[in-house]
Every structure is written in C-alpha cells, then in structure tokens.
Design a protein around this ligand. Structure first.
Ligand SMILES: Nc1nc2c(ncn2[C@@H]2O[C@H](COP(=O)(O)OP(=O)(O)OP(=O)(O)O)[C@@H](O)[C@H]2O)c(=O)[nH]1
Length: 302
C-alpha cells in the first residue's frame, strides 16, 4: 500500500470559516497531539484520514485570528505556518468577495506558492447566487493562479468531501505521521483533558509531576450555547498538589485561563472551565483511569 501524508494549512481572514471547515474535514477523528510530534513549527489542529492519506491540519499561528489586527507586518509573520505546509487552502467568503484583507493575503501568496500548491475555497456559497460565485472565482484566479478552485459551504458540508479528496491526492508519498491508534476517535472529553494537560506542561516545565493525569468529569451543554466543563487533575502526592496550585493558586488559575481560551477557540463558543486538583496515591494502579485515558489496562505484569 502506498501511503501519503503531509501538512495542510487553512488560511483566510478572520471569520472565513476555517474552524468550521476543519471540524467538518476532521470529523470525529480529531487529535490534539502537539506535544508528541514536533515536525513543524505550526501547531497541529487535527488529523483526517482520506483513503490511504493522512492529512494533518496546521494552524497559522495566532495571526489570522479575530481580536488581533491584521496589519502588514503580522501578515508576513503569519506565513510561518503556511510555509511549513505541503498544501495551502485559502478560504474566501462568497458574500464578502475580494475584500481588502483578501487582497493583502493574495499579495503574499506568490512567496508562499513556491514549492507548494495553493487551492482556493470559496466558502459560504449558501449565502449567494451562482453567478456571483463565477464572477468571484474568475476575479480571484486572475490575481493568483490557484491550483484548484472549490465552491463550498463548510457549515452545510457542500463540496467539503471533494476538497478533502483533492488534498489527499496532493500530499507527498510517505509514511503516516501519526500512528493510527493516536487518531482513533477521541471523544471531546479526552481532547479537552489533553488541552489542560498541555497547558500544565507549558506552565510547569520540569516541575510538572510525572505522575499526573487530567480527566474531564463533567460536560454540560448550557441553554445559552456555552459549555460547562469540570476537570480533575490527579496527582499522587500532596507536594505535587501544591506545585499544580502554585502560590495562592496562581498557577492553576493561569492554566485554567489558557485551557479555557483554547477550548473556546476550538469549540467556537463560550466555555466555563472548572479545575480541581486531587491527590490519589493509587491512581496509577486503577484500571478505570487507564480506560478513560484510552489505554488498555493489564493486570499484573502484562
Ligand atoms: N452561512 C454560512 N456560514 C458559515 C459557513 N461556514 C462558516 N460559517 C459561519 O461563519 C462564522 C465564522 O466561522 P469560523 O469557522 O469560526 O471562522 P474562522 O475562519 O475559524 O474564524 P477565526 O477563528 O475568527 O479566524 C461562524 O459563525 C460560522 O458558523 C458556511 O458555509 N455558510
């Protein structure tokens, strides 16, 4: 079997629909494994399997996100993630068309296009009439010769399959970057726990107790569209609890804030995250803990 694998960067103005498209393409097979594989400067957002191809979606770090202004200097820096990618997909909103922001991104594409294909995905086609689409596609392709143009609705799922199939064929031949069991269906709870664990790692570095685990205990969808997530951080010693809490609870507060922000971005809605640290000397021996982490627990020496 010939396998393919590579990195795909989704770029576009804030609100273009990158997260929606990513979630569609990745589906349930999403994985937060950033700390395990450091093959790229960019962060891994998700992994999708398409036939024999493994498509790894990367972030263009921070710079195309809302809240931040998209001035020229930032755009230049934002290409970091795209430059690491094998294929780049530019998302443009059908109803907004060739905005100033899009024009600025187009200006940078020449540089990025060296050595990699760039596809155009006109998103939110559910919001416009077909003639508008043809005109927009023509105008954009005149500014940059895209390898392929897709008309999609990330929200409704139109055209997404075709885009994913095309991406798979464009990736270089090579072994998969992630073992298959790492991208097996990871429930959202586990992904959320993994995010908190990652923030703890970032915050505590060497200090991080080796025997530490994070579990999502409760996930409640609220009527206002937000989610309440309760997580437990298990450590094996009292001393470790102190480390995780930090002076006056400062560490856990910062970790909680960082994890919540990432969760909100990932889910695209507000999150109320509650963290609690528990000392449980025996957790390493408890079968239940392993099962929740997606690991097989074997009794005895096995
Ligand atoms: N009508 C319509 N709305 C869409 C479509 N795709 C995404 N949206 C909406 O567009 C908005 C922005 O989508 P996101 O996926 O958050 O966009 P993003 O590019 O990740 O945004 P940033 O995180 O700000 O960079 C959301 O309200 C989506 O529901 C689509 O195909 N049709």
């Amino acid at each position: 079997m010939t396998t393919r694998a590579g990195f795909v960067a989704l770029i576009g103005e804030p609100n273009a629909g990158k997260s929606t498209l990513l979630n569609r393409m990745v589906g349930a097979k999403v994985s937060i494994v950033t700390h395990k594989v450091q093959t790229t400067r960019a962060r891994i957002r998700g992994v999708a399997m398409e036939g024999d191809a493994q498509i790894v979606f990367v972030d263009t770090p921070g710079l195309f996100q809302p809240r931040r202004r998209l001035d020229r200097a930032m755009v230049a820096a934002a290409w970091g993630g795209a430059a690491d990618a094998d294929v780049v997909v530019l998302l443009v909103e059908a109803h907004r068309g060739l905005t100033e922001g899009v024009a600025r991104i187009l200006d940078g594409l020449g540089e990025i296009g060296k050595g990699r294909k760039i596809a155009l995905a006109i998103n939110k086609i559910d919001r416009v009439e077909p003639p508008v689409l043809l005109g927009l596609s023509k105008a954009l392709n005149e500014r940059h010769a895209f390898a392929e143009t897709f008309m999609i609705s990330a929200e409704r799922g139109y055209g997404v399959e075709a885009l994913r199939r095309w991406l798979a064929t464009e990736l270089p031949e090579g072994p998969w970057l992630y073992p298959e069991d790492q991208i097996a269906d990871l429930p959202m709870r586990m992904i959320a726990a993994e995010m908190t664990r990652e923030k703890l790692t970032l915050r505590l570095h060497q200090e991080l107790p080796y025997q530490l685990t994070v579990e999502t205990e409760n996930w409640e969808e609220r009527k206002d569209g937000s989610a309440r997530i309760d997580q437990l951080i298990y450590v094996v010693r009292d001393g470790h609890k102190g480390i995780v809490l930090g002076n006056k609870g400062e560490t856990i507060k910062q970790v909680s804030k960082a994890a919540r922000e990432e969760l909100e971005e990932f889910l695209g809605r507000r999150v109320h995250l509650f963290l609690q640290v528990k000392v449980r000397a025996n957790w390493l021996e408890e079968a239940e803990r392993y099962t929740e982490m997606g690991l097989d627990f074997k009794d005895g020496n096995g």
